[in-house]
Design a protein around this ligand. Sequence first.
Ligand code: AP5
Length: 217
Amino acid sequence: MRLIFLGPPGAGKGTQARVLEERFGAKHVSTGDILRANRTAGTPLGREAEGYMARGELVPDTVIIGMIEHELETCAAGFIMDGFPRTLAQAEAFDALLARRGWDLDAAVLFVADRATLIARLSARWTNPRNGRTYNALSNPPRVAGIDDDDGGPLVQRDDDRAETVATRLAEYEAKTEPLVEYYRRRGQLIAVDGLLAVQDVTRALLGALGLEATSS
Ligand code: AP5
């Protein structure tokens, strides 16, 4: 399984990538999670990225491409790219990295959702910073508010989920990432999934579109 997940902030890319990773063993590669882990650890990469992330802007392509080149070393069992590529330069660099390994992409999946839903979801998102698991106060709350169901530790809200930063993230998406929809459509690799459905229904639609219904139990 070699997939790219495309879509605006809050469309459900991370939620669905975690489901597929658990079911199929392909590695969930979230560039946002890798950057946040580096920021928390105070690495040079994290320090370089933090200003861009706090403003809701994209981190420079060279930083991201180097990071993905490194990640691909751990993706022999397949991958689900969550939040990468996000610019044309990243998509072209990714093509070259895959070609060098003789790897084909199965599909680029676009999760479609309207702006009002995205904003509502992000303002209600709670995350376990230890493993990236997300909850939603509206649609998928934890059993105890602010506490992870599994490890019992505290959940946090992402600082880039504040309304003004979300507006910048959406604008970045429209200007720099949306053109990739056409890029993959022209190559016959684009699959669009309705991201407004309930989480399990999005999973069902995704597996159906990928021709994986039989293994979806
Ligand atoms: P990143 O962490 O990738 O954020 P994002 O793309 O903005 O995506 P999100 O994580 O906000 O949303 P999602 O689609 O994964 O939704 P989720 O499943 O969590 O990037 C953060 C920053 O890092 C960027 O701004 C940039 O600075 C930098 N960066 C990262 N990658 C980069 C790159 N390639 N190039 C340059 N810079 C980069 O769901 C959202 C909420 O909705 C959750 O609460 C969830 O529980 C809920 N939910 C999910 N699905 C449903 C559903 N079907 N119904 C109801 N609720 C749902």
